[in-house]
Write a protein that binds this ligand. Sequence first.
Ligand SMILES: [Zn+2]
Length: 51
Amino acid sequence: MPHGQDVENDTSDITSEYECLQCGKIVTAETNPGECEACGGDFHNRAKSVE
Ligand SMILES: [Zn+2]
């Protein structure tokens, strides 16, 4: 049986959690929210290791 089914659109879970470095606010977004709406701090992606 040929392997003809490609699962190429695995976009069911493309969002990440971002945490504000200043106030700790957590937001879920597809891309970095930029500035925290609460304090204007920077977000970092919680799914990635922070250096
Ligand atoms: Zn904040």
